[in-house]
Write a protein of this length. Sequence first.
Length: 355
Amino acid sequence: MIRVGVNGYGTIGKRVADGIRLQPDMQLIGVAKTRPNFEAETAAQKGYPLYSAIPERSHQFTEAGLDLHGEVTDLVDESDVIVDATPSGVGAENCSLYEAHDTPAILQGGESPDTVDESFVAQANYDDAVGADLLRVVSCNTTGLSRLLEPIDREYGVDKARATLIRRGGDPGETDRGPINDILPDPVTLPSHHGPDVQTIFPDVDIDTLGVTVPATLMHLHSVNLTLESAPSVAAIADLLSRQSRLFVVPPELSIDGTAKLKEFAKDAGRPRGDLWENCLWEESIAMEGNDLYLFQSIHQEANVVPENIDAIRALVGHKTAAESIALTNDRLGLNTTQQYTRSHQHGSPQPADD
């Protein structure tokens, strides 16, 4: 049983903690919070042991009626692996704490790749991460691009990748984010940081990325163009992508025409918080022009790195092979929900009718 602590119980941390609790080979030791807000209350209601991330604020938890099991140093000491889901920059500062306790740790995509031994996407470089001390699960957008590139590059070869990322302005709860009524080139220069970040996973892939930020909160949208070494058919591409467990090829019969309906679909499917852990690719968008592949995919920024964090835990301790870990994570999280729709579409089963 792998004992796991989660330092930071916000947008990502709470989802990772819930995912860890579902794994048969993991024990959630507890979660560290900086202050006693509604998320700390939720953690306590779920029975997650609470630890104070800032010792000077420990009294605030007691005053709020929340029992503490200790401070973050105790959590690190009691854990085999720490998942650091703190805000960007804080994870790098925490590395000295993890090293002092000889506890392997997983940082998130907001940290510099120079901080860690390996950047990580389970389908691409799981084996390289086995036995590392510090891993970095790359950002939601980089994870999404890497999941798409891996099978296509393996099957057909990618000469050149180009992606325009239409990025949400903030998560639903981030009331201080924007823009409110604007569309921003972000950054205005080429490339956005996502291309170099993808190259921490695929160093030989030639990729250019552009970023645009829009006044939305639900998901990111990628417009992707890949120049391939061969010219497969649209059907072959669709078949390849539909066989990837963390890609959801959205069949046209579902009448999902945007990110709002994707989120509604996830809620109706019983997903916790309406989470979409997979890339969502519109089947109708897949097109080939000569050797150029075009498609649209959407990324749920709050959720899609959760499976990677769980797989990274197993990679750090060498607990399972990549295939074993990915299959177990998928099964326990319930990624097969969307795969059932994809398979039924492929096999001609009846689809939900329009209203």
